[in-house]
Design a protein around this ligand. Structure first.
Ligand code: 5AD
Ligand code: SF4
Length: 445
């Protein structure tokens, strides 16, 4: 029987990229990728545990497969992996309530999927492989990219920061940086395969510390960017995510010097009150954050800045929440991801007593979104009339004549295009703007 797999990915770009690796490994071994979950006989869920609703969504979707699994038995395989699997209470729940799941593996065991499936089919028994901490970084895994012209590249794994609300340090382990030569080799191969844009991934890329085998000394994040800047064929460099406490003047300077470094910065602020930031263990103040934004704009006046904000962190007062609003007005973010604080079992903030009632959180959330969206729309409207370099992703899902792509500042632009343009950088004159996107027309001259 043909082995057809389908991967459902929850969560961040790290997970998206892990799923690309899972797909790459299976395709290399002759498995086939199904477009839709219903057509697959191997279903894989790559989970996220950043917030509670991510957990709920996963269990909801998984539950829908029970009937099919019990009917088709060994002809239908269910695999679950990702951040949720790094938590013992989740494994316990799976074992007691979802005993029909065939394969469970953690974030440190991605490379084992093919072996786990072989074992399952040969030994006819369930496979569980979850390591508490990541060991050696596994190099050379294939990845099935979503786009021909752009790619994610992991530069480091894990996080050492222990923000008091966050589960990631527990699910992804301590920081481990890849060697600069391994990263460069991968990026050169990607360039040779037609990739024009790389997004460097890590939970906190600013604390990247590469130890080279051939060059003495360590390679920091900015050094790495300068190295990638020299790779022929690569035209755009992006990265995420950054931690303000580790954002160096050296990196800021690179925005003025590296031609390929896109003028876009995702810099999660989380809150506008220095007291709340301290409770979150963020290790910077409101003032320090504002200073970073100022410096970035001095070097690159056109830089787009986006952020993450949590509302309703335990103990957040109305005045402190208003400090978040005023910070948004001061910075004028191009866009922001806004989150209701969500209790994560095992994190310090889950034990804080002064949790904020749901209705207060929601009310603050709505007020914040209003401010964020108003500013996003104003920022976007400043693009009207300008000509922007857009890397074309391809036709839209709903209209084959409408093409989408991103400006250097990561703005989504829709325009009338043709298949020749996909994967190329074209000049687009911006004709109108919305809250989350721009409209334009290709300039042919
Ligand atoms: N509740 C709400 N938002 C959270 N984030 C991380 N943990 C939590 C939590 N417990 C948000 C942060 C982070 C983004 C990826 O998710 O804003 O930057
Ligand atoms: Fe979580 Fe903080 Fe690490 Fe980001 S820096 S992954 S928010 S602990």
């Amino acid at each position: 029987m043909e082995k057809k797999f389908h991967i459902t990915t929850f969560g961040c770009q790290m997970n998206e990229h892990d799923s690309e690796t899972l797909a790459g490994m299976l395709l290399e071994r002759g498995y086939v990728q199904a477009k839709e979950r219903k057509d697959a006989n191997i279903v894989i869920f790559n989970t996220c545990s950043i917030r509670e609703n991510a957990d709920k969504r996963f269990f909801g979707t998984l539950g829908q497969l029970k009937k099919k699994k019990l009917e088709q038995r060994e002809n239908f395989t269910v695999c679950v992996c990702g951040c949720m699997m790094q938590q013992q209470h989740i494994i316990d729940t799976l074992k007691s309530k979802y005993p029909w799941v065939d394969v469970i593996f953690g974030t440190h065991n991605i490379h084992e999927l093919p072996t786990l499936l072989d074992n399952l089919y040969n030994e006819k028994q369930k496979q569980l492989s979850v390591l508490e901490e990541g060991g050696e970084i596994v190099e050379g895994l294939p990845a099935e990219r979503m786009f021909k012209h752009k790619a994610f590249v992991n530069i480091m794994y894990g996080c050492n920061n222990f923000c008091t609300y966050c589960i990631v340090p527990y699910t992804r382990g301590r920081e481990r940086s890849r060697k600069p030569e391994d990263i460069l080799r991968e990026i050169k191969e990607l360039a040779a395969d037609g990739v024009k844009e790389v997004t460097l991934l890590g939970q906190n890329v600013n604390s990247y510390k590469g130890e080279s085998e051939t060059e003495p000394g360590t390679c920091d994040f900015t050094d790495l960017i300068y190295l990638i800047d020299k790779v022929e064929g690569i035209e755009r460099i992006r990265f995420m995510t950054s931690h303000p406490k580790d954002l160096s003047d050296k990196l800021i300077k690179a925005f003025g010097e590296c031609k390929k470094l896109c003028h876009y910065f995702h810099l999660p602020v989380q809150a506008g009150s220095s007291r709340v930031l301290k409770q979150m263990n963020r290790r910077y103040t409101r003032e320090a954050y504002l200073e970073l934004v100022k410096k970035l704009r001095e070097v690159a006046p056109d830089i787009a800045i986006s952020t993450d904000i949590i509302v309703g962190f335990p103990g957040e007062t109305e005045e402190e929440f208003e400090e978040t609003l005023s910070l948004c007005e001061e910075v004028r973010f191009d866009s922001a991801f806004t989150f209701l604080y969500s209790v994560r079992k095992g994190t310090p903030a889950a034990e804080y007593e002064n949790q904020i009632p749901e209705e207060v959180k929601h009310e603050r959330f709505n007020r914040l979104v209003e401010v964020i969206n108003r500013i996003s729309a104003e920022k976007n409207s400043q693009y009207v009339g300008k000509i922007e370099k857009v890397l074309v992703d391809g036709p839209s899902k709903t209209n084959s004549k409408t093409y989408g792509g991103r400006t250097e500042t990561f703005k989504l632009v829709n325009f009338r295009g043709n298949p020749d343009m996909a994967g190329k950088i074209v000049n687009v004159r911006i004709t109108s703007s919305n809250t989350f996107s721009l409209e334009g027309e290709v300039v042919t001259e």
